[in-house]
Design a protein around this ligand. Structure first.
Ligand code: PLP
Length: 377
């Protein structure tokens, strides 16, 4: 296995995710119970779940699941889809299949750490930073300038974790075109797709734009079902898909059979689930607006374009790291400080923290946060 550094976010979560009283930095929307999910199934799928035999399944993923996934794309068939244990396995194996020692990759920052540490363990990588002073704009000229003769991959994530940025559709299409022009794979992490504040800003899926682009998605985030551990890559380059299948033989071999049926049920009901989740975020946002409005000299808050996390600034003199540490230790309120999102590739802001806006009943955590702020500031 490639030697990789500690995954800062996961290490922080190992300490706090299930011990902090108020998890206020979740990147997955409020989940549901098995009973609630099965209530969304038609009779046939519910029977399929109850009578499921628990043998190995197809390495590519259950054909019926891949069929449902393919229907979410304009230009993909079931044969263009391969499933993995979450988005994380997909990302890890895709980088390992696509990148060799003499290659070069371009990665946008800030990012979900694996997006840069996995490629960095394999080859040379150039970072291109979203600009915090220009509403997290992505400068396509910087991507263009970063491309080398041996560049194999450009990796992006919109809606972005942690900034919530969604670039314009025109820019995204131009990015796909630029990658095609240079024979580069666009690796597009689309795990927060479907949670745009303005649905009109929902980007096309990369796999629909280019034959060699990879669209990464999962049931974890927008659908709020991370416990299923079902992710997938859609890509019309079937040779690449075969290489991904061969790589998966060394990791999980196949997905969990019950999860595949449950993911199929969830994806068939995705309009209902996404409507529910978007409504939850719309209901939560005014609560966050009200909290941040109460402390205008301490926070600089902006609602995200999409996804269910935001990345406000902390303006207090002791800095965001101390703020987050004291908050979780003294008030049991878990946030993620900027150091979790530091990059080896570019400077990243040092005064921000990630806060989640997609869980039910954030009032309790916001109250604890407000009380601590009033007592300490
Ligand atoms: C942008 C991004 N990609 C991938 C993942 C990994 O997703 P999963 O937990 O479903 O494997 C995450 C999880 O936080 C993420 O934020």
């Amino acid at each position: 296995m490639t030697r990789l550094p500690d995954f800062r976010l996961e290490t922080y979560f190992s300490r706090w995710e299930f011990t902090a009283r108020h998890h206020m930095t979740a990147s997955d929307v409020q989940t549901m119970t098995l009973t609630e999910l099965l209530a969304l199934a038609d009779d046939q799928d519910r029977t399929a779940f109850e009578n499921l035999s628990l043998g190995y399944t197809d390495t590519y993923g259950d054909p019926a699941l891949r069929e449902v996934i393919a229907q979410m794309y304009e230009r993909a068939d079931a044969a263009d889809v391969i499933c993995f244990a979450g988005a994380e396995e997909a990302l890890y194996l895709a980088m390992n299949v696509l990148l060799d020692a003499g290659d070069h990759a371009v990665v946008v920052t800030p990012n979900y750490q694996a997006a840069e540490t996995v490629p960095l363990a394999l080859c040379e990588v150039t970072g291109v930073a979203l600009d915090p002073d220009r509403d997290w704009a992505l400068d396509l000229d910087q991507i263009k300038a970063a491309i080398r003769r041996n560049t194999r991959l450009v990796s992006v994530n919109f809606p972005n974790n942690p900034t919530g940025k969604v670039i314009s559709t025109a820019d995204f299409i131009e990015l796909a075109r630029l990658c095609d022009e240079h024979g580069i794979h666009l690796f597009s992490d689309e795990v927060y797709r479907g949670l745009e504040r303005d649905p009109a800003r929902t980007l096309p899926q990369a796999a629909d734009l280019s034959e060699r682009a990879l669209s990464l998605n999962v049931t974890s985030k927008s659908l709020g079902l991370p416990g299923l551990r079902i992710g997938w890559i859609t890509c019309r380059d079937r040779t690449l898909l075969t290489r991904l299948e061969r790589a998966k033989h060394y990791t999980t071999i196949c997905n969990s059979a019950p999860s595949e049926v449950l993911a199929r049920i969830a994806l068939k009901a995705r309009t209902t689930i996404l409507d529910r989740n978007r409504a939850l975020i719309a209901r939560n946002l005014p609560l966050f607006d009200a909290f941040f409005t109460e402390f205008p000299d301490v926070f600089d808050w902006q609602a995200p374009d999409g996804g269910c996390v935001a990345y406000p600034r902390y303006l207090g003199p002791e800095g965001v790291e101390e703020f987050c540490t004291r908050l979780v230790e003294e008030a049991g309120v878990l946030l993620l400080p900027a150091s979790i999102y530091r990059s080896e590739l570019t400077p990243t802001p040092t005064d921000r923290f990630r806060i989640g806006i997609g869980r039910a009943h954030p009032e309790e955590g916001l109250t604890a946060l407000t009380q601590w702020m009033k007592a300490h500031r």
